[in-house]
Design a protein around this ligand. Structure first.
Ligand SMILES: C[S@@+](CC[C@H](N)C(=O)[O-])C[C@H]1O[C@@H](n2cnc3c(N)ncnc32)[C@H](O)[C@@H]1O
Length: 253
Protein backbone atom coordinates (compact mmCIF):
# COMPACT_ATOMS: atom_id res chain seq x y z
CA UNK A 1 0.00 0.00 0.00
CA UNK A 2 1.39 3.44 -0.87
CA UNK A 3 2.11 6.08 1.79
CA UNK A 4 -0.58 8.72 2.28
CA UNK A 5 0.30 12.07 0.66
CA UNK A 6 -0.34 13.84 3.98
CA UNK A 7 2.36 11.80 5.74
CA UNK A 8 5.49 13.94 5.15
CA UNK A 9 3.96 17.16 6.58
CA UNK A 10 2.42 15.30 9.53
CA UNK A 11 5.71 13.56 10.37
CA UNK A 12 7.51 16.93 10.14
CA UNK A 13 4.98 18.42 12.59
CA UNK A 14 5.47 15.58 15.08
CA UNK A 15 9.26 15.67 14.74
CA UNK A 16 9.07 19.36 15.76
CA UNK A 17 6.53 18.66 18.54
CA UNK A 18 8.82 15.94 19.87
CA UNK A 19 11.72 18.39 20.16
CA UNK A 20 9.53 21.16 21.68
CA UNK A 21 7.33 19.20 24.06
CA UNK A 22 6.60 15.49 23.87
CA UNK A 23 10.13 14.26 24.57
CA UNK A 24 10.14 16.18 27.88
CA UNK A 25 6.51 15.32 28.70
CA UNK A 26 6.98 11.58 28.12
CA UNK A 27 8.48 10.83 31.55
CA UNK A 28 5.49 12.43 33.30
CA UNK A 29 3.01 10.48 31.17
CA UNK A 30 4.84 7.15 31.52
CA UNK A 31 5.07 7.54 35.32
CA UNK A 32 1.37 8.38 35.86
CA UNK A 33 -0.12 5.32 37.55
CA UNK A 34 -3.73 6.03 36.63
CA UNK A 35 -4.64 5.82 32.97
CA UNK A 36 -6.29 9.04 31.76
CA UNK A 37 -7.61 10.51 28.52
CA UNK A 38 -7.00 13.67 26.53
CA UNK A 39 -5.79 17.16 27.30
CA UNK A 40 -7.70 17.31 30.62
CA UNK A 41 -6.51 13.90 31.87
CA UNK A 42 -10.01 12.47 32.39
CA UNK A 43 -9.43 9.28 34.44
CA UNK A 44 -10.18 5.99 32.66
CA UNK A 45 -11.77 4.88 35.96
CA UNK A 46 -14.55 7.45 35.38
CA UNK A 47 -14.96 6.65 31.66
CA UNK A 48 -14.59 2.86 31.41
CA UNK A 49 -13.66 2.86 27.72
CA UNK A 50 -10.83 0.31 27.90
CA UNK A 51 -11.91 -2.21 30.53
CA UNK A 52 -9.82 -5.24 31.50
CA UNK A 53 -6.84 -5.67 29.13
CA UNK A 54 -4.92 -8.42 30.96
CA UNK A 55 -3.64 -11.01 28.46
CA UNK A 56 -4.79 -9.06 25.39
CA UNK A 57 -2.70 -8.50 22.26
CA UNK A 58 -2.96 -4.75 21.64
CA UNK A 59 -1.77 -2.54 18.80
CA UNK A 60 -1.62 1.23 19.28
CA UNK A 61 -1.85 3.13 15.99
CA UNK A 62 -0.03 6.46 16.19
CA UNK A 63 1.51 5.61 19.57
CA UNK A 64 3.77 8.69 19.67
CA UNK A 65 5.81 8.39 22.86
CA UNK A 66 3.75 5.26 23.64
CA UNK A 67 2.56 6.09 27.14
CA UNK A 68 -0.86 4.56 26.42
CA UNK A 69 0.84 1.28 25.45
CA UNK A 70 2.96 1.55 28.62
CA UNK A 71 -0.18 1.91 30.77
CA UNK A 72 -1.72 -1.11 29.03
CA UNK A 73 1.48 -3.14 29.52
CA UNK A 74 1.36 -2.33 33.26
CA UNK A 75 -2.20 -3.76 33.26
CA UNK A 76 -1.07 -7.07 31.75
CA UNK A 77 -1.59 -6.44 28.02
CA UNK A 78 0.95 -7.26 25.29
CA UNK A 79 1.11 -3.98 23.28
CA UNK A 80 2.81 -3.16 19.99
CA UNK A 81 3.28 0.55 19.26
CA UNK A 82 3.04 1.77 15.65
CA UNK A 83 3.98 5.32 14.60
CA UNK A 84 5.48 6.90 11.46
CA UNK A 85 7.65 9.54 13.24
CA UNK A 86 11.15 8.25 14.10
CA UNK A 87 11.73 10.97 16.74
CA UNK A 88 8.59 9.96 18.65
CA UNK A 89 9.61 6.29 18.55
CA UNK A 90 13.09 7.23 19.79
CA UNK A 91 11.47 8.90 22.82
CA UNK A 92 9.42 5.75 23.41
CA UNK A 93 12.62 3.67 23.26
CA UNK A 94 14.32 6.01 25.76
CA UNK A 95 11.35 5.62 28.13
CA UNK A 96 11.56 1.83 27.79
CA UNK A 97 15.24 1.93 28.78
CA UNK A 98 14.46 4.23 31.76
CA UNK A 99 11.44 2.27 33.05
CA UNK A 100 12.21 -1.32 32.03
CA UNK A 101 8.73 -1.60 30.45
CA UNK A 102 9.45 -3.16 27.06
CA UNK A 103 7.29 -3.86 24.02
CA UNK A 104 7.82 -3.85 20.24
CA UNK A 105 7.67 -0.61 18.20
CA UNK A 106 7.03 -0.47 14.45
CA UNK A 107 7.67 2.57 12.22
CA UNK A 108 4.62 2.87 9.95
CA UNK A 109 1.53 5.02 9.34
CA UNK A 110 -1.90 3.85 10.52
CA UNK A 111 -3.04 3.58 6.91
CA UNK A 112 -0.54 0.81 6.10
CA UNK A 113 0.60 -1.36 9.01
CA UNK A 114 3.14 -4.15 8.32
CA UNK A 115 1.60 -6.60 10.81
CA UNK A 116 -0.43 -9.77 10.10
CA UNK A 117 -4.21 -10.03 9.71
CA UNK A 118 -6.28 -11.00 12.77
CA UNK A 119 -3.37 -10.77 15.22
CA UNK A 120 -4.80 -8.41 17.87
CA UNK A 121 -7.66 -8.32 20.41
CA UNK A 122 -7.63 -4.53 20.81
CA UNK A 123 -6.69 -1.62 18.53
CA UNK A 124 -6.26 1.64 20.41
CA UNK A 125 -5.45 5.17 19.31
CA UNK A 126 -5.25 8.28 21.49
CA UNK A 127 -4.80 11.32 19.24
CA UNK A 128 -2.76 9.15 16.86
CA UNK A 129 -4.12 7.56 13.68
CA UNK A 130 -7.49 8.60 15.10
CA UNK A 131 -6.97 12.08 13.66
CA UNK A 132 -3.63 12.11 11.79
CA UNK A 133 -4.50 9.23 9.44
CA UNK A 134 -7.21 9.07 6.80
CA UNK A 135 -10.17 7.22 8.40
CA UNK A 136 -11.12 5.66 5.05
CA UNK A 137 -7.73 3.91 5.13
CA UNK A 138 -6.90 3.36 8.81
CA UNK A 139 -10.31 2.04 9.96
CA UNK A 140 -10.10 -0.82 7.38
CA UNK A 141 -6.54 -1.47 8.62
CA UNK A 142 -7.84 -1.68 12.21
CA UNK A 143 -10.50 -4.15 11.07
CA UNK A 144 -7.87 -6.24 9.26
CA UNK A 145 -5.57 -6.35 12.31
CA UNK A 146 -8.33 -7.40 14.74
CA UNK A 147 -9.48 -10.90 15.53
CA UNK A 148 -13.26 -11.49 15.37
CA UNK A 149 -14.92 -9.93 18.43
CA UNK A 150 -11.87 -7.69 18.93
CA UNK A 151 -12.35 -4.08 20.00
CA UNK A 152 -11.37 -0.72 18.55
CA UNK A 153 -11.07 2.19 21.02
CA UNK A 154 -10.00 5.63 19.81
CA UNK A 155 -9.97 9.18 21.12
CA UNK A 156 -10.21 12.21 18.89
CA UNK A 157 -11.46 15.81 19.01
CA UNK A 158 -15.22 16.08 19.35
CA UNK A 159 -17.45 17.14 16.47
CA UNK A 160 -18.58 20.14 18.51
CA UNK A 161 -15.04 21.32 19.13
CA UNK A 162 -14.21 21.11 15.44
CA UNK A 163 -17.22 23.31 14.66
CA UNK A 164 -16.18 25.95 17.21
CA UNK A 165 -12.56 26.29 16.10
CA UNK A 166 -11.41 29.46 14.32
CA UNK A 167 -8.85 29.77 11.53
CA UNK A 168 -6.03 30.24 14.06
CA UNK A 169 -6.95 26.99 15.82
CA UNK A 170 -8.62 28.52 18.91
CA UNK A 171 -11.91 27.13 20.24
CA UNK A 172 -14.67 29.66 20.95
CA UNK A 173 -18.35 29.65 21.88
CA UNK A 174 -19.75 30.13 18.38
CA UNK A 175 -20.20 27.72 15.51
CA UNK A 176 -17.52 28.74 13.00
CA UNK A 177 -17.10 25.74 10.71
CA UNK A 178 -19.70 23.76 8.74
CA UNK A 179 -20.42 20.19 9.84
CA UNK A 180 -21.36 19.03 6.35
CA UNK A 181 -18.21 18.12 4.45
CA UNK A 182 -16.07 17.77 7.60
CA UNK A 183 -13.20 15.45 6.59
CA UNK A 184 -9.73 16.97 6.03
CA UNK A 185 -8.40 20.07 7.78
CA UNK A 186 -5.04 21.33 6.52
CA UNK A 187 -3.50 23.97 8.80
CA UNK A 188 -1.97 26.87 6.83
CA UNK A 189 0.97 27.49 9.20
CA UNK A 190 2.61 24.04 8.90
CA UNK A 191 0.62 22.23 6.14
CA UNK A 192 -0.22 19.38 8.53
CA UNK A 193 -3.56 17.63 7.92
CA UNK A 194 -6.05 16.32 10.48
CA UNK A 195 -9.00 14.11 9.63
CA UNK A 196 -12.41 14.38 11.31
CA UNK A 197 -15.82 13.03 10.32
CA UNK A 198 -19.39 13.94 11.32
CA UNK A 199 -20.83 11.31 13.71
CA UNK A 200 -23.13 9.87 11.05
CA UNK A 201 -20.18 9.27 8.74
CA UNK A 202 -18.12 7.61 11.53
CA UNK A 203 -21.03 5.24 12.20
CA UNK A 204 -21.46 4.47 8.50
CA UNK A 205 -17.72 3.83 8.02
CA UNK A 206 -17.43 1.66 11.14
CA UNK A 207 -20.45 -0.43 10.18
CA UNK A 208 -19.37 -0.94 6.57
CA UNK A 209 -15.89 -2.07 7.71
CA UNK A 210 -17.43 -4.74 9.97
CA UNK A 211 -17.77 -3.01 13.34
CA UNK A 212 -20.69 -2.57 15.73
CA UNK A 213 -20.51 0.70 17.67
CA UNK A 214 -20.71 -0.01 21.42
CA UNK A 215 -20.17 3.46 22.92
CA UNK A 216 -19.40 7.09 22.24
CA UNK A 217 -17.94 8.69 25.37
CA UNK A 218 -18.07 12.50 25.28
CA UNK A 219 -15.38 13.69 27.68
CA UNK A 220 -16.01 16.46 30.21
CA UNK A 221 -13.07 18.29 31.81
CA UNK A 222 -12.99 17.43 35.54
CA UNK A 223 -13.80 20.21 38.05
CA UNK A 224 -10.12 20.45 39.07
CA UNK A 225 -8.80 20.58 35.46
CA UNK A 226 -6.62 23.56 34.53
CA UNK A 227 -5.99 25.11 31.12
CA UNK A 228 -3.60 22.96 29.04
CA UNK A 229 -0.17 24.58 28.66
CA UNK A 230 1.09 23.14 25.35
CA UNK A 231 -2.24 22.09 23.76
CA UNK A 232 -3.68 25.50 24.59
CA UNK A 233 -6.37 25.71 21.87
CA UNK A 234 -9.13 24.97 24.40
CA UNK A 235 -9.73 26.12 27.99
CA UNK A 236 -10.82 24.04 30.98
CA UNK A 237 -13.90 26.32 31.31
CA UNK A 238 -14.93 25.34 27.76
CA UNK A 239 -14.24 21.68 28.44
CA UNK A 240 -16.45 21.69 31.54
CA UNK A 241 -19.42 22.89 29.44
CA UNK A 242 -18.90 20.97 26.19
CA UNK A 243 -17.03 17.83 25.13
CA UNK A 244 -13.70 18.76 23.52
CA UNK A 245 -12.89 15.09 22.94
CA UNK A 246 -14.76 11.87 22.27
CA UNK A 247 -13.86 8.20 22.59
CA UNK A 248 -15.39 5.68 20.21
CA UNK A 249 -15.67 2.01 21.19
CA UNK A 250 -16.51 -0.48 18.43
CA UNK A 251 -16.41 -4.26 18.22
CA UNK A 252 -15.48 -6.28 15.14
CA UNK A 253 -18.33 -8.58 14.15
C1 LIG B 1 -0.50 13.39 19.76
S1 LIG B 1 0.76 12.35 19.15
C2 LIG B 1 0.54 10.76 19.79
C3 LIG B 1 -0.39 10.51 20.83
C4 LIG B 1 0.20 9.64 21.90
N1 LIG B 1 -0.87 9.17 22.71
C5 LIG B 1 1.22 10.51 22.60
O1 LIG B 1 0.86 11.60 23.06
O2 LIG B 1 2.39 10.17 22.64
C6 LIG B 1 0.27 12.07 17.46
C7 LIG B 1 1.06 10.98 16.77
O3 LIG B 1 0.41 10.66 15.54
C8 LIG B 1 1.42 10.24 14.69
N2 LIG B 1 0.96 10.21 13.28
C9 LIG B 1 1.12 11.14 12.31
N3 LIG B 1 0.63 10.68 11.15
C10 LIG B 1 0.15 9.44 11.40
C11 LIG B 1 -0.46 8.43 10.60
N4 LIG B 1 -0.70 8.61 9.30
N5 LIG B 1 -0.80 7.27 11.19
C12 LIG B 1 -0.57 7.07 12.50
N6 LIG B 1 0.00 7.98 13.31
C13 LIG B 1 0.36 9.14 12.76
C14 LIG B 1 2.54 11.21 14.93
O4 LIG B 1 3.77 10.70 14.48
C15 LIG B 1 2.48 11.39 16.43
O5 LIG B 1 3.41 10.58 17.10
Amino acid sequence: MSSPETLAANVALWTKANAEHTDAAAARAWSREEMSWGVFNVPESSVGAIGDVAGLDVVELGCGTAYVSAWLAKRGARPVGVDPTPAQLETARRMMRETGIEFPLVEAPGESVPLPDASFDLVVSEYGASLWADPYRWIPEAARLLRPNGRLVFLTNSNLMMLCIDDKGNVGEQLRQPLFGLYRTTWPDDSSTEFHLPHGRWIHLLRETGFDVEALHELQAPEEATDPVYYDYVTAAWGRKWPDEEIWVARKR
